[in-house]
Design a protein around this ligand. Structure first.
Ligand code: GDP
Ligand code: IMO
Ligand code: MG
Length: 425
């Protein structure tokens, strides 16, 4: 049985928690897209782990972790993560595989991300400044790209890097009047990356197919969320990869036909970091209440997340393009204490009903949300162990969402901890 877990909003839905839980019954967890822009949190008892590149199965010592070809790998962040886990007694030796085809984020990508965002002023995307866009641009552009396989042949890589840095410096000087990059400095760092990471690098496509044939259970871990998908999200306020489940095939070489179940992760409300339209956003004390109660501050950048009501137009669209079979709804506990809870049930533009979520931001800017209002619940639910233990209004909220999006909510989050999870048949 192969399963894919993917975010259905604008990221940070709680994928890390869901993947960590499901990893127990899987042999291998695969990250197939994004890079260190992701921040996936796993909470076990009083221990908290924030993972950016390692799959969220990393915390379980028997789980094989694969970073597939679709990921852009920042070796500095990855090594920090590996060392951080080692200090906490968790080793990745013998159970981490990184695709030889995965592209590498280097210092000049991060510098370019920063310079470009600064140059855009009010029009900036609000990226994580982790070099994601520049690295994926180099991948698509091909001629100046660097991949994990280059770390296996430093002799040839040295010359290649000099040509790349030469090219980048022309751009940096012309566009940004920026400080020049030194190839020698980057090469010194790459020598360390090569020394420490070579043992993990291999053909992960071949490996995954071999393991699928031998009957292993594989869990594919999406990064970001469907609305940040480069092709299907709210362009240009998106990330630079196919962050919906559509990215899984190109991102790791396993076709969707081989995946048995797609689980879409949502929050019981909506959040977004960075710029871009957000129809159900709450710029008021209720938004602030959710931000405070849900600790809605970015795992990667610490930025406050924008908060709003649950938007069924967003989730129906994301589920449709992602072939989603069931829903994991996290953060139900965060809604406790609100007198009323609203659900966005539809959009109109100039009084006309909108059929499907318009990813075109000019159309999206014109939508008016229609809301259904439910009574809230005052009881704290962080200890609720099954669905029947939830307050009636909490149950009603879940059932109402299920009805509108026409998908079952099979996993419910009532707190950040591994055990604060309700499973429904
Ligand atoms: P991801 O990027 O989708 O993995 O999500 P993040 O880790 O960036 O953000 C989700 C945040 O919500 C993290 O701080 C989690 O520990 C936390 N979290 C996950 N599920 C729940 C839940 O059901 N209730 C609460 N209160 N927190 C949760
Ligand atoms: P996880 O996996 C939330 C957002 C950024 C910005 C836009 C582009 O933790 O859910 P980028 O650095 O990718 O070029 O930024 O995408 N973004 C995320 N928002 N969660 C994420 O990942 C995100 N990864 C990127 O805030 O708006
Ligand atoms: Mg996150």
């Amino acid at each position: 049985m192969n399963t894919c877990v993917v975010g259905l909003q604008w990221g940070d839905e709680g994928k890390g928690k869901v993947v960590d839980i499901l990893a127990e019954k899987n042999d291998i967890v695969v990250r197939y897209g994004g890079g260190a822009n992701a921040g996936h949190t796993v909470v076990i008892g009083d221990k908290k782990f924030a993972l950016h590149l390692l799959p969220s199965g990393a915390i379980r010592d028997k789980t094989i972790c694969v970073i597939a070809n679709g990921v852009v790998v920042d070796p500095e962040v990855l090594l920090e993560e590996i060392d951080g886990l080692a200090q906490r007694g968790i080793t990745l030796d013998g159970r981490l595989f990184i695709s030889e085809s995965a592209h590498i984020v280097l210092d000049y990508h991060k510098a370019e991300d920063k310079l470009r965002e600064a140059s855009l002023g009010d029009n900036k995307i609000g990226t994580t400044v982790r070099g994601i866009g520049p690295c994926y641009s180099d991948k698509v552009g091909r001629s100046y790209a660097v991949r994990m396989t280059d770390l296996l042949d430093l002799e040839n890589f040295k010359d290649k890097l000099e040509k790349i840095v030469n090219y980048k410096n022309k751009i940096f000087a012309a566009l940004y009047n920026a400080e020049l990059i030194k190839a020698a400095e980057i090469f010194e760092k790459c020598k360390i990356y090569s020394k420490r990471l070579s043992k993990y690098i291999r053909n992960t496509t071949e490996y995954l197919h071999q393991e699928i044939e031998s009957g292993k259970n594989i869990l594919f871990e999406g990064a970001q969320g469907a609305l940040l998908d480069l092709d299907h999200g709210t362009f240009p306020y998106v990330t630079s990869s196919n962050a919906s489940s559509l990215g899984v095939g190109p991102g790791c070489g396993v076709p969707v036909q081989m995946i048995d179940k797609f689980i879409g992760v949502v929050k019981a409300y909506t959040t977004r970091v960075g710029a871009g339209p957000f129809p159900s956003e709450l710029n008021d004390e209720i938004g602030q209440y959710i931000r405070d109660k849900g600790h809605e501050y970015g795992t990667t950048t610490g930025r406050p997340r924008r908060c709003g009501w649950f938007d069924t137009m967003v989730v129906k669209y994301a589920a449709k393009i992602g072939g989603i079979n069931e829903i994991a709804m996290m953060h139900l506990d965060t809604l406790a204490g609100l007198d009323e809870i609203k659900i966005c049930t539809g959009y109109t533009i100039d009084g006309k009903e909108v059929k499907m979520f318009p990813s075109n931001i000019d159309r999206l800017a014109k939508v008016k949300c229609r809301f259904e209002t439910l009574k809230g619940f005052s009881e704290e639910i962080t200890q609720a162990a099954d669905f029947n233990k939830l307050p009636k209004q909490g149950q009603k909220y879940i059932r109402t969402v299920e009805e509108i999006i026409d998908l079952p909510v099979t996993i419910i989050g009532v707190g950040p901890g591994r055990s604060q999870t309700i499973f429904r048949k």
